[in-house]
Design a protein around this ligand. Structure first.
Ligand SMILES: C[S@@+](CC[C@H](N)C(=O)[O-])C[C@H]1O[C@@H](n2cnc3c(N)ncnc32)[C@H](O)[C@@H]1O
Length: 306
């Protein structure tokens, strides 16, 4: 039996009259097209596109919140669309009918995995940059250090090298218990009585209840607003070319038309973090090669804590 092929569409247009006119135009010019939803702002356009998976999207360029192009970029990051610009509209075709499910593989960062074998400290550039960033924190003996997404704790080895015998009070948080076991083995309690490691989701509220830290590290963890707002003398944020989007991790900007990830998302995140931290009274340094380190030193922190 020959199935009647219905093409589904989503319209995003903040002017109700224009949305109605476009719908009418489409109904006469393209009878097989079924408009499954009409929304009036960019964020709803992204949400509905992902929820309804229509065949064709008609996005106005100027809309409240996200513009049509930004909404398209959001969807492109999810690797689902190919854009065609038609005058004032952007038409986007789904290349895939289904968005790939996010990688929620349990134990992705667990001990013994491919990831756990990667030792970033073997890269002399990273080692140099992290050493420099930690030195910028000018930590006093007994200073408090928080490491978010500490994993197996390798970065804390550099901390010890930069501040030998400083008796630092270190708290490492991570979701992955087996990685934390590696961290505890690396920093055994009898030699490092002031090192603590705890299972905790750093994206959940509660970070501020841990008190003030002289330095906060978040390397290859990616940043949430709560991380940037953590009360700290120095923040060291390591940005790989990846980011969270709607709570999910997406690596690189692997849009369909790029054979290799490009750095646009990384540059955007770094620029935003730098600006926000400068606005909060930090002096910000941006260094790095494969992982960009944003080191933010709060001006006057020592005096405030004296
Ligand atoms: C890419 S690894 C980075 C580990 C280490 N900081 C480094 O630079 O090598 C990311 C780590 O963050 C942890 N992680 C991811 N999301 C987290 C969350 N919401 N809360 C706490 N830890 C998280 C993972 O379990 C993993 O150990």
């Amino acid at each position: 039996m020959h199935e009647k092929h219905v093409v589904t569409a989503l319209i995003a247009e903040d002017e109700p009259l224009l949305a109605a006119a476009l719908k009418a135009e489409l109904a006469s010019a393209w009878p097989a097209l079924q408009v499954v939803a009409t929304v009036a702002d960019g964020a709803s356009a992204v949400a509905q596109a992902l929820a309804l998976q229509p065949d064709v999207l008609f996005f106005d360029i100027q809309m409240p919140g996200l513009t049509g192009l930004e909404a398209a970029a959001d969807l492109l990051d999810a690797q689902v669309l190919t854009p065609v610009r038609l005058g004032e509209m952007v038409q986007l075709h789904f290349r895939r009918r289904r968005v790939q499910p996010p990688d929620r593989t349990p134990g992705r960062y667990a001990a013994g995995t491919e990831f756990a074998r990667v030792n970033k400290l073997e890269d002399p550039h990273f080692l140099h940059d992290l050493t420099e960033a930690l030195a910028r924190a000018s930590l006093e003996p007994g200073a408090r250090v928080l490491s978010l997404g500490v994993g197996g704790g390798r970065e804390l080895e550099v901390l010890e090298q930069v501040y030998p015998g400083h008796g630092l009070q270190v708290l490492g948080l991570d979701l992955e218990p087996s990685a934390l076991k590696l961290a505890r083995d690396r920093f055994p309690a009898h030699r490092f009585p002031d090192y603590r490691f705890r299972v905790q989701d750093v994206t959940l509220p509660g970070l501020s209840e841990l008190g003030r830290f002289d330095a906060v590290l978040a390397l290859s963890l990616l940043q949430s607003p709560s991380v940037v707002q953590a009360p700290a003398g120095t923040l060291i944020l390591g940005f790989p070319n990846a980011r969270y989007r709607g709570g999910e991790l997406s690596y690189g900007a692997r849009t369909l038309n790029f054979t290799r990830p490009d750095l646009s998302l990384l540059v955007k995140d770094v620029t935003q973090a730098r600006r926000a931290l400068q606005g909060h009274g930090f002096t910000v340094y941006v260094t790095g090669k494969y992982e960009v380190l944003v080191t933010a030193v709060r001006r006057g922190w020592e005096k405030a804590n004296a």
